[in-house]
Ligand binder design. Structure first.
Ligand SMILES: [Zn+2]
Ligand SMILES: [Zn+2]
Length: 356
């Protein structure tokens, strides 16, 4: 997993736009007064308010700057807000009690459930439906939603590879004619099936590849105490490292190790990546590892120094590193090339980075 610095200029700008546009959207759904900006692109739109909005939901969202907190609160704030919200609605129940009733069920299937379930479903699902309609991810995720949708968010985040695996390119591509061609998927770090309140929260939308978003990560329970989060854990890249071993029957095998700082942090980074099967994903294709081992076998540890003197240009060592291995050296640039973190860790293990 790669750290995304929430204070970097493009992320800060993206947050501002996210907040400005989606505040007006949510306020329209809540039937709150329109904003005072004469140039607002959302308030003049014909967006329908939520029918028969629950006063409990309205009271919660319209007090204590709550909409802003939901839209751009930090991951920790989001986690707390979600708990407070459901406690405000059902103060005697925990989230785990309520989860089974969040998913929409057809009336035909509901009739097959026991009467107690049916009764609880009607009470709880009413609220989760309203929340889904206010923080409407389908609306936000549609290419046709203007002036702002998930495509625009991805474009401004400007991430080149998957935040979780750093294996697949996920660039956002828009043609000169403004046609939206491709973009990363947005993974909900807190799964939206259980955290509907956080469906369009900026820090819950993680640019990632299709595979990490769908099959690998799934809807498992993550908690900020036990798992790393791309926007929160600034040192996550230092807390784990890729390594390999040779198992005679299986050949080479890639695994993830704790670094000393990772061990102090209770293996949080290592455990999170293993729970997402990132080590298995890397084992599915180990040709990049073999290439690095071939370089090591055929050249000395001073390979980078020799190549740099051969290139005889004004290139920095990190530029030479990029050209030789096709990956980035600095942590904040890892996302620009697939496998940057992996190759750097393996080259370090092979003692090829002595002089960088
Ligand atoms: Zn407005
Ligand atoms: Zn991925």
């Amino acid at each position: 997993m790669l750290y995304i610095n929430p204070a970097s200029p493009n992320v800060t700008l993206a947050q501002k736009r996210h907040l400005k546009i989606l505040t007006c959207y949510v306020n329209k759904k809540l039937d709150e007064p329109i904003c005072t900006d004469p140039k607002c692109e959302i308030c003049p739109l014909d967006l329908r308010k939520v029918n028969n909005l629950s006063s409990k939901i309205k009271n919660f969202l319209t007090s204590n700057n709550c909409v802003e907190q939901v839209l751009i609160g930090s991951p920790r704030v989001l986690e707390t807000l979600n708990i407070s919200f459901w406690q405000h609605i059902f103060h005697k129940h925990t989230l785990a009690d309520l989860y089974p009733y969040f998913k929409d069920i057809s009336s035909e299937n509901l009739r097959k459930k026991d009467p107690d379930y049916q009764r609880r479903y009607k009470i709880v699902n009413h609220y989760s439906k309203q929340i889904k309609s206010i923080f409407n991810y389908d609306w936000f995720n549609s290419k046709t939603t203007l002036p702002y949708n998930s495509f625009h968010l991805c474009k401004s985040l400007d991430r080149y590879t998957c935040t979780y695996c750093n294996r697949s390119y996920t660039s956002t591509i828009v043609t000169d004619q403004n046609k939206m061609v491709s973009r990363p998927t947005l993974d909900h770090w807190f799964p939206k099936s259980k955290f509907a309140l956080l469906s369009i929260s900026f820090f819950n939308l993680i640019p990632s590849c299709y595979s990490c978003n769908s099959s690998v990560k799934g809807t498992g329970n993550l908690s900020l105490t036990t798992s790393i989060h791309p926007y929160k854990d600034a040192n996550q890249s230092d807390d784990f490292e890729f390594d390999y071993s040779y198992k005679s029957l299986k050949g080479f095998r890639i695994h993830i190790n704790d670094t000393p700082s990772g061990a102090i942090a209770d293996s949080k980074a290592k455990n999170t990546l293993e729970s997402m099967y990132i080590d298995e994903v890397y084992n599915s294709n180990i040709s990049e590892l073999r290439d690095l081992l071939i370089i090591k076998r055929n050249y000395s540890a001073s390979y980078i120094n020799i190549m740099q003197s051969l290139l005889k240009t004004k290139m920095t060592k990190s530029e030479v590193f990029r050209i030789l291995f096709g990956v980035m050296y600095e942590q904040q640039h890892f996302h620009k090339r697939p496998l940057s973190k992996f190759k750097k860790d393996i080259l370090k293990k092979l003692e090829m980075l002595d002089n960088i």
